[in-house]
Design a protein. Structure first.
Length: 163
């Protein structure tokens, strides 16, 4: 109504959001079979990274985006059973990130709530030190998403503080 040009990234090109948008980017992730909508989220991140790579003409980011399918396949092939086992008795946990990793931490906390019925709270590694850290003790799980940059160093540092 204010005259903005609305761009929508949608998995369903016939959705109400798509009908409202001026420009629609169809993610084509396929039908979601659960509430968690993980495919749509991952496809949204990949689409945004591809858009940024083109807008900035960043060849390094373009190559990284092109490598995403292989990276996802490698991740899928990893043995994640240790993570599941370590969270089996959990009823509460913190998910920590910072910078770009904070959005991933927030999404992971949401997925843990939706799929596991856990009370999962996402925090920035900066803000978790101011209060929330005080309730963490032995057996309280922390899941941390540290990027491979200086911001990730802070996440690793707070994870070490928790340990």
């Amino acid at each position: 109504a204010a005259g903005a040009h609305v761009v929508a990234l949608v998995n369903d090109a016939t959705s109400p959001l798509a009908e409202t948008a001026d420009t629609v980017i169809a993610l084509s992730a396929g039908v979601e079979r659960s509430v968690a909508a993980t495919k749509s989220y991952i496809a949204s991140l990949a689409a945004l990274a591809a858009l940024v790579a083109e807008w900035t003409e960043d060849d390094t980011l373009r190559r990284a985006v092109a490598g995403l399918p292989d990276a996802l396949a490698r991740s899928w092939a990893l043995d994640w059973s240790g993570v599941g086992a370590s969270l089996q008795e959990a009823t509460n946990l913190f998910v920590i990130g910072r910078g770009l990793g904070l959005a991933v931490a927030q999404e992971a906390a949401l997925k843990l709530k939706e799929t596991c019925g856990l009370h999962a709270e996402a925090f920035s590694s900066a803000e978790v030190r101011h209060g929330p850290m005080a309730i963490v003790g032995s057996g309280f799980p922390i899941v941390a998403f540290a990027t491979s940059d200086v911001i990730g160093d802070d996440v690793r540092a707070v994870a070490a503080d928790f340990a």
